[in-house]
Each structure stands twice: as C-alpha cells, then as structure tokens.
Design a protein around this ligand. Structure first.
Ligand code: PBG
Length: 328
C-alpha cells in the first residue's frame, strides 16, 4: 500500500480540523422565533415543550437575553384570544393589536434588534387558514387569493407603522410580495424589508406550532396554497417571482427535510437565503433527547450546521438561544 493521498491528514488534530473547516455556525446566523400572548404571565406551551408564550414584558426580557448572546433578530408569532378571531380576521390590522404593541416595546427597549413580523391571517382567522375563506353551497371552503392579498398589505403596513424592520409573508398567496412592496413604498416605508416565505411546503412538521397558536385549519388543509412536498422546480418558479416582485430575502420551510431545496435555491439567487427549522424538527430532537436517545446539544448544532452547509445564510430556529449559548 503506497498512499500519497491521505485525507485523514486534514483531520489529525483539533487545530488542523479548524483550518480545514468549511462551514462555521455563529450566533449571528440565527433568527429567534418568539410566541407571545396578551396576558400578564408567561405560559409554557404544551405542544412545544421548552417553548413559552411570553407576556409583553417577558418577550422584551427574552429578546434582550438572546440579543446579548449575539442573535441579531427575532420573529414574532402571536397567540390571539379566541374571542378576537373572526372570519374576516379584522384583528390582524388593528394598530393597537398585540403584534404592533410588541414591536413598539421591543424597538424601544432594544433599538439594535431586528424585528420581523409574520404576515398571514391564520392566528386571527376563525377558519385557521392563512387567507380569507368563502364557503360554497357544499360548505367546502375556498381560500381567496386577491382579497386576502389586500388584507395582507394592510397588515404589513400596520406592522411597518409600529416600527417592524422586516415583514415576513408566510401565507403563500400569489402576488403578495409585489403588492406588499408597493403598499409599503406608497406609505413611505421604502426602508422596511420583505423576507418572503418563497418555498413554504404543505408540511406535517407544522403541527406543534399550530397547537402553540391554536391556529390549525378548522377544516381541510393548506394544500391549495402551500407547496406540494414532492416539488423542487416549482420552488425555483416561486423564487423567480419573488425576485421580480422585490423580495429582499427568501426562505425555504421546513429546513431539515428540504436541504436539497435550500441547495437548489442557493445556486439560483444572489439574495440572502433563510431556512426555517420548524416546530416538528424542533420536537423530534427535543423528544429523542428527553428520552435519553440523543445527545441534545450535539444534535442541535449538527442539525443547524447541516442547514447552513446546504446553503442557508440565516436560520430560524427555536434552538437559537441555546445554540448561541453553546457557540459562545
Ligand atoms: C402560518 C405559519 C406556520 C408556521 C409559521 N407560520 C404554520 C402553518 O403554515 O400552518 C409554522 C412554523 C413551525 O412549524 O414552526 N402562517
């Protein structure tokens, strides 16, 4: 045996491995998703052990701790009281609603923190769909596109007026990025960015999140607007539209089971690319670790590294704070 090529030489010590390392995770890669509700107390979320629905005060404190660990950005998901959920989702455009108040509180306390809001109707809509629903005579609901986009534009404006740095349309209606861009620009919010959920799949991994917000569709599913998990060319088509319509950053969601989509979009676009490690991915790691079957810390970092190696610049993860602490 005469081996001139010995790849193991680049693995021979921790210092050499550090020199040969291609991908490095940093706290600045993360966006920390935070749940909030309009109550005095913080409350743990039964469907997502380890996650909390924060009061406004708790939210500011948690975001401050994350920011101090080097996390640049949070994204907000409101649990809206069921009494405020209506078929027209009016609460989604209330300037005194939970999200605008939270944005104002966060920006006042932590001016350098980037605050993203979620633009979609599901937390506000008594149908639990991301858009407005009409029912035909057969009672099967249809999610309206253009009428929904009008409400999404008003919702984005309401968040921008409260001081959001970025809005994240997660609804998958056609044409919403362009419509939101022009609504923001007409109102003088040229500086507010759009993080588009470009390739958001109709995934079963969202179940625990819907439990956290009590936002599961009342009937049916979301397959008429979220993407078919079987498709990847369609993700490129959605990317082209989002680029044309003025998205500043794009997203693939979920992350772990869609690493090929992340890699494909990375090749196709110069825009910053985000990936969302969703609630079901979080819980697979949490539950296996709780059972003693996995080394939690190590698997968290490996799962995030894989998402970055596939091509994501930004990772939304419920593990953001834990991971940032481990990376410090
Ligand atoms: C809805 C929305 C969902 C998630 C983020 N925004 C769920 C859905 O589409 O039903 C899921 C996030 C997660 O599972 O962690 N606009």
């Amino acid at each position: 045996m005469n081996l001139y090529q010995r790849p193991r030489r680049n693995r021979k010590s921790s210092a050499v491995r550090a020199m040969a390392r291609e991908t490095v995770l940093s706290p600045s890669d993360f966006v920390y998703p935070l749940f909030l509700h309009d109550r005095e107390d913080n409350e743990s979320i039964p469907s997502m052990p380890g996650c909390t629905r924060w009061s406004l005060e708790g939210l500011v404190e948690e975001a401050g701790e994350a920011h101090a660990l080097g996390i640049p950005c949070v994204i907000l998901f409101p649990a809206i009281d069921s009494a405020l959920k209506t078929p027209e989702a009016e609460e989604s455009v209330n300037p005194e609603g939970l999200v605008p108040r939270a944005v104002r509180a966060l920006k006042a306390a932590l001016p350098s923190l980037v605050v993203i809001t979620d633009v979609a109707l599901d937390p506000y809509n008594s149908d639990g769909q991301d858009g407005l629903v009409v029912r035909g005579e057969d009672e099967v609901g249809e999610v309206l596109n253009d009428e929904t986009v009008e409400v999404l534009c008003r919702q984005a404006l309401c968040h921008a007026e409260a001081g959001a740095d970025m809005v994240g349309p997660s609804d998958m209606m056609d044409g919403r990025v362009g419509a939101i861009r022009s609504a923001l620009d007409h109102a003088g919010h040229e500086g507010v960015s759009i993080l588009s959920y470009t390739a958001k799949y109709a995934s079963s991994y969202y179940g625990p999140f819907r439990g956290a917000l009590d936002s599961a569709p009342k009937d049916g599913d979301k397959k008429s607007y979220q993407m078919d998990p079987a498709n990847i060319r369609e993700a490129i088509r959605e990317l082209r539209l989002d680029e044309e319509e003025g998205a500043d950053m794009i997203m693939v969601k979920p992350a772990g089971p869609y690493l090929d989509v992340i890699a494909a979009l990375r090749k196709e676009t110069p825009l910053p690319l985000a990936a969302y490690q969703v609630s079901g991915e979080y819980l697979m790691i949490k539950s296996a670790s709780a059972a003693g079957w996995l080394d939690e810390k190590a698997v968290i970092l490996e799962s995030l590294l894989g998402i970055k190696r596939a091509g994501a610049d930004v990772i939304l993860s419920y593990f953001a704070k834990e991971a940032a602490r481990d990376l410090a």
